[in-house]
Design a protein around this ligand. Structure first.
Ligand SMILES: [Zn+2]
Length: 164
């Protein structure tokens, strides 16, 4: 079993990847897939740049994990994400058979790991994923709120420039 210190260590890794999304102008969400203390997948949110509605951080991490393991089943892995996954990504986690999900900030609007719906612990699901939530939640949610504040300010500045 991973300790809280391990979880925080990997969540900091995911936060660095989230920053990469920010640097590319994407909503800052990062994900890292770990097996036996080793990184086998990394991802950061990039749907805009990739013109791909499925290019969420955790989808990228799962895809890379599959390539590394040469297997579409990602057994005995833990996925760390800075933000609670959406329905699509939670579905992909069930398909991939990850063992455990650790996420930072909850997402009241679209979270599919308990906030809006709970795909991963639905009693009818044939695969159950253990969930730990709220790891470095403050840092994860601050990154997101800082990003959206920055974007609102940019939009306001652009509007002001347009009216000048
Ligand atoms: Zn998603």
């Amino acid at each position: 079993m991973d300790t809280l210190a391990d979880d925080e260590y990997w969540m900091r890794h995911a936060l660095i990847l989230a920053q990469r999304a920010w640097d590319e102008g994407e909503v800052p969400v990062g994900a890292v897939l770990v097996q036996g203390g080793k990184v086998i997948g990394e991802g950061w949110n990039r749907p805009i740049g990739q013109h791909d509605p499925t290019a969420h951080a955790e989808m990228m991490a799962l895809r890379q994990g599959g390539r590394v393991l040469q297997n579409y089943r990602l057994l005995d892995t833990t996925l760390y994400i800075t933000l609670e996954p959406c329905i699509m990504c939670a579905g992909a986690m069930v398909h991939s058979r990850i063992s455990r999900l650790v996420y930072g900030a909850a997402d009241a609007k679209t979270g599919a790991a308990g906030s809006l719906v709970d795909i991963l612990r639905h009693p009818g699901m044939n695969h159950q994923v253990a969930i730990t939530s709220g790891v470095l939640a403050e840092a994860c949610s601050t990154l997101l709120s800082d990003f959206f504040r920055m974007r609102r300010q940019q939009q306001k500045a652009a509007r002001a420039a347009g009216n000048a």
